[in-house]
Design a protein around this ligand. Sequence first.
Ligand code: ZN
Length: 153
Amino acid sequence: MFLVGHAAVGVAAVSALGITNPVTAFGVGWFSHYVADFLPHGDEPVGEWAKKGNEIFRLAFILAFDGALFLGIFGSYIWTHGPSIPLAAAALGSFVPDIMWGTEKVVKRQLFGPLSRFHASNHNFFHPRIPVWVGLAWQGSVTVLLWTWLMLR
Ligand SMILES: [Zn+2]
């Protein structure tokens, strides 16, 4: 799942639960990553595309767009709602498993042992054969719906 989607799930969960402690918010954001990853979300072809060229470069390219999109949306949220440490912590927490995954890719070494194995086996757990566009449409809709709900709160 894209980071802008992971952040939407983590921030929405923390906001809905009314969590104000930044450490708890970070933990809930982190946990929400696994919940979101567990469901099919259609971005396997992105990973396959990355592997067809310079993988690190292609992943960095996607990260630049994904990150800019997140910063734009979260920036406008902060602009309209005021700064929030718990929600920033939730977003940061929701990125942790993919930051660990990306770090291992860059250094080409397993650094996080069981956490990495859990992340990989949990990802799209049932591997159903659904068309890519269905997964992406579902992921995109959830992302848009959650950010819209947050903006209107
Ligand atoms: Zn993940």
